[in-house]
Design a protein around this ligand. Structure first.
Ligand code: PNS
Length: 164
């Protein structure tokens, strides 16, 4: 049976923790679709197009990993793609409440939908987008946490903003 999982997120920025979940995800599912969320009301550091392009550079399209984006409800996207599996990483206990709420809300909207959680490996469990942005803004290196291309683009974006 062809199992396709959607791995949705803001990916602002895309981190080594995300890469780890995708690499483990393809060992469980035939295809993982990395689905970048277009947030209409939330301000992001990278535009939707930039986030998609960065992930596509790291994961060029293959049958195992596809990179896509969606706008609106995740359940509508899942229906459109024709799958009922959502993959999410769980970093810490404090993630649990948010993830639990989201999984239940999605299940209410689409009863067939199953959210599968992968526990983040300890090497990545402290990685958060706000921490990374703070490190880069203050002139540090986040190379253990994010791919090189992300660090480079984040530095361009955040330091340019500081100069302005
Ligand atoms: O990386 P994030 O920000 O934790 O990802 C959250 C995301 C994008 C998966 C979530 O906000 C989402 O699914 N947004 C789409 C809108 C939606 O379906 N909302 C109802 C589910 S709670």
């Amino acid at each position: 049976m062809n199992k396709v999982a959607i791995y949705p997120g803001s990916f602002d920025p895309f981190t080594n923790g995300h890469i780890n979940i995708i690499e483990r995800g393809v060992k469980v599912f035939n295809t993982v679709i990395v689905a970048v969320a277009h947030h209409v009301s939330k301000k992001t550091t990278f535009t939707l197009q930039e986030r998609v392009e960065i992930i596509r550079e790291i994961f060029p399209n293959s049958s195992e990993v596809k990179v896509d984006y969606f706008e609106g409800l995740l359940v509508d996207y899942a229906r459109k793609i024709g799958t009922n599996i959502v993959l999410r990483g769980m970093r810490t206990v404090s993630d649990f409440e948010y993830e639990f709420q989201m999984a239940l809300a999605n299940k209410t909207l689409y009863s067939e939908l199953e959210t599968v959680f992968m526990v983040t490996e300890s090497a990545y469990s402290h990685i958060s987008s706000s921490l990374i942005k703070e490190i880069i803004t203050l002139g540090g290196s986040a190379k253990e946490m994010i791919p090189e291309i992300v660090e480079q683009k984040l530095r361009e974006k955040l330091l340019k903003k500081q100069e302005a």
